[in-house]
Design a protein around this ligand. Structure first.
Ligand code: UGA
Length: 439
């Protein structure tokens, strides 16, 4: 099939290459000419394991190309996937729909043939309905350009696998023709027995925000219990493990630490609540305010623990921060807990040095006043406290004995609870970990 993917960020670029991998003829479109140039040359504009290989293979096979023209997209595609961002609107908690709307405004006037427009972006419920009216008004083909919703559940760091082998496909459609088209698009994925759920468009939109709200709730739940553990001198790690053995609870997304960040969970729960307010059901989602507050508070708790480990003052203290990305295997720093803590430490007078294996360039653009290094040993040199804020495997593999000779005081705070703290302690380090008792 002839498919366009509009928006080539973490979601769209991988989706475009994934659709080509399934055998479709794909055109990826973005307003950012620099990004389109890089993609055309087979260079990934962001760090995502497995993506460069997928991109190059499909460019070489001639099934994938890129453009900045929405007109070209409109003329080319039978199916148009919308994958642009829906960030938090400045000065508000709702989603900013300007990029999605701009795609429809730019593309619809060039739609002369029947086609299916499929939203993948995370949007407030009711968006597909609203876009349908816009398309009907703006497109020469009128209502023969139909709008469907097919939310994306991929995780950064696993985007290639999640695109080609998703755990489910959800399609929100208004007609059996649209459903048949999407079935044909995902033919090869469906052959593998992937669960396929067909709904109306509003339900499909809501599945996505509900999924992210549930994931955020699970993380904030264990982090709230972690706060109680800290106050009571109990240990969140065996507690979480014990909970996870109950199959009804499960152990995934139950990792306590500094909380969630990224371009999705934080803004999605806020936008969900904002939309519920518009619909008059904000009472039902009022708990999401607490989920957000618990999460933001984890960053404060990390600071308090750090200050305590440094004798009550951060002023002029040399601190090594391990991690800048919002999670490992990604160079994404949007709403990163690591950078938010690093910045707060610096604002409160500490001399901070941040290390990350992949995210330094993005981190520097977001927080230009922080000091960065790509050499993990240099981060440790002369530090009075090390704070582990993004759980890269590289940090788990560090040799605490060797590093103890580089620092000026062997103190480490594990804000992700993934280091082997017994190993660090036996190498002479004073270790604190979030939600775990001091020893
Ligand atoms: C999230 C969802 O997991 C995806 O299903 C969804 O498609 C995506 O948002 C999206 O809406 O586009 P992602 O933002 O890539 O994916 O990251 P996650 O793996 O969900 O992690 C989010 C944050 O939660 C990270 O900061 C991570 O460190 C934190 N986290 C995760 C915890 O603090 N504890 C956990 O147990 C799990």
């Amino acid at each position: 099939m002839r498919i366009t993917v509009i928006g080539t960020g973490y979601l769209g670029a991988v989706h475009a290459a994934g659709m080509a991998e399934l055998g479709h003829d794909v055109l990826g479109v973005d307003v950012d000419a620099g990004k389109i140039d890089r993609l055309t040359q087979g260079v990934a504009p962001f760090y995502e394991p497995g993506f460069p290989e997928l991109l190059r293979a499909n460019l070489d096979a001639g099934r994938l190309r890129f453009s900045t023209s929405l007109k070209e997209a409109a003329e080319f595609g039978e199916v148009h996937f919308i994958c642009v961002g829906t960030p938090q609107r400045p000065g508000s908690t709702s989603a900013d729909m300007k990029f999605v709307d701009a795609v429809i405004e730019g593309m619809a006037p060039h739609l002369h043939q029947p086609c299916l427009i499929v939203g993948k972006s995370t949007v407030p419920v009711g968006t597909a309905h609203r876009l349908s009216s816009m398309v009907a008004q703006l497109a020469p083909v009128g209502e023969q350009a139909e709008v469907a919703w097919n939310p994306e559940f991929l995780r950064e760091g696993f985007a290639v696998n999640d695109t080609l082998h998703p755990d489910r496909l959800v399609v929100g459609v208004s007609s059996s023709e649209a459903e048949a088209t999407l079935r044909a698009v995902y033919d090869r994925i469906l052959e593998a027995g992937t669960p396929y759920i067909v709904t109306d468009v509003a339900t499909a939109e809501l599945v996505k925000v509900s999924a992210n709200a549930f994931l955020a709730t699970k993380i904030s739940f264990i982090n709230a219990i972690s706060e109680v553990c800290e106050a009571a001198g109990a240990d969140i790690i065996p507690l979480a493990k014990a909970l996870g053995h109950d199959a009804r609870i499960g152990n995934r997304f139950l990792a306590p630490g500094v909380g969630f960040g990224g371009g999705c969970l934080p803004k999605d729960i806020r936008a969900f609540l904002a939309r519920a307010e518009e619909l008059g059901v904000d009472e039902s989602l009022a708990f999401l305010k607490n989920i957000d507050a618990i999460n933001v508070n984890r960053r404060r708790s990390a600071l308090t623990l750090a200050r305590g480990m440094l004798g009550g003052s951060l002023s002029n203290k040399r601190i090594a921060v391990l991690g800048a990305a919002f999670k490992p295997n990604s160079d994404d720093v949007r709403d990163s807990p690591a950078l938010s803590v690093a910045n707060a430490l610096q604002v409160q007078g500490a001399d901070v040095r941040v290390h990350d294996p992949e995210a330094i360039e993005n981190a520097r653009a977001a927080y230009p006043l922080l000091n960065y290094t790509t050499d993990v040993q240099k981060t440790f040199e002369g530090s009075e406290l090390v704070i582990h804020l993004t759980e890269w495997q590289e940090y788990r593999d560090l040799d605490p004995l060797h590093l103890s000779a580089l620092v000026s005081a062997p103190h480490i705070l594990d804000a992700r609870n993934t280091l082997d703290i017994d190993l660090w302690r036996s190498a002479g380090w004073t270790v604190r970990a979030m939600g775990r008792p001091a020893r």
